[in-house]
Design a protein around this ligand. Structure first.
Ligand SMILES: [Zn+2]
Ligand SMILES: [Zn+2]
Length: 267
């Protein structure tokens, strides 16, 4: 495999991932990655749910765990410390407080909620039945734009997560995506190709090729993430992800350090 960096992976602190950070790092080395970044789910600011995120009190343990694995593999693997935080309108100050708590290398901004509905939570999947799918897509893209404008995030995560369970918009969403891509470019946020969608009902990486092409045309920088919740998912399907990036017209991807683009790497 080409030495691509995997920037999206979790730890057991979130309550739904398995394996010690050490095992994630070992798997990364095994599959030929030169750099990874841990980006576990930040504590929720609107409720407590140990099935989904660590608690506020566990943040110091998270930093300690990742710093430990960082120094353990120093000579073989570059390890970045990051976090994946939810965008919840009205909770920006509380979210910012968490993000200012530690000198992260990057922050992934994710939309998993429309109002209070966790639309990608298997436990709340039934609620899809009562929705106008096109409206869900539009609300989702609107939240993505608001997330970028909040200036809290460096990379936007899995930017068409609404398709996770296979619900597809029947209307053309390209204009929505174009508006979103232009906002991302203007706000200076990157996106990721997230391979975990291949393991879900949608059977497709996030974002889909036609959306990825729009991000490329608008000049939005690219990263890669497996969204691993177990060690052997690190770097999974990255050959396919690189192929998708190239098909969309991308010729490079970016690495982050101290919340800035550290360098650009040719694909
Ligand atoms: Zn997760
Ligand atoms: Zn996520």
């Amino acid at each position: 495999m080409k030495p691509i960096a995997d920037y999206h992976m979790h730890t057991p602190l979130c309550g739904h991932a398995k394996g010690a950070p050490k095992e994630y790092a070992q798997h990364a080395i095994k599959v030929g990655l030169q750099e990874i970044g841990f980006s576990d789910h930040a504590p929720f600011v609107h409720k407590v749910d140990p099935r989904i995120t660590m608690a506020m009190a566990q943040l110091p343990e998270y930093y300690r765990m990742i710093e430990e694995v960082q120094s353990l593999y120093k000579s073989e693997l570059r390890i970045k410390v990051a976090i994946e935080a939810d965008f919840l309108p009205g909770y920006e100050d509380k979210t910012k407080k968490i993000l200012d708590d530690y000198p992260y290398d990057y922050v992934i901004g994710s939309v998993h909620f429309i109002k209070t509905w966790g639309f990608d939570d298997p436990g709340q999947r039934k609620q899809w039945g009562a929705q106008d799918v096109n409206k869900v897509y539009r609300d989702y893209f609107d939240l993505l734009r608001q997330s970028a404008k909040s200036q809290m995030f460096d990379i936007m995560g899995h930017v068409d997560l609404v398709k996770k369970f296979g619900h597809r918009a029947t209307e053309d969403m390209s204009e929505e995506v174009k508006k979103t891509a232009l906002t991302f470019k203007e706000c200076g946020v990157a996106i990721e190709i997230n391979t975990s969608g291949l393991r879900r009902q949608c059977k497709e990486m996030y974002p889909a090729l036609n959306f990825l092409q729009i991000y490329q045309q608008c000049g939005v920088p690219l990263t890669f993430g497996s969204d691993a919740h177990q060690p052997d998912h690190v770097g999974e399907d990255f050959e396919a992800a690189v192929a998708l990036a190239k098909t969309a017209g991308y010729t490079e991807y970016v690495l982050f350090k101290s919340r800035k683009i550290e360098k650009t790497v040719r694909l």
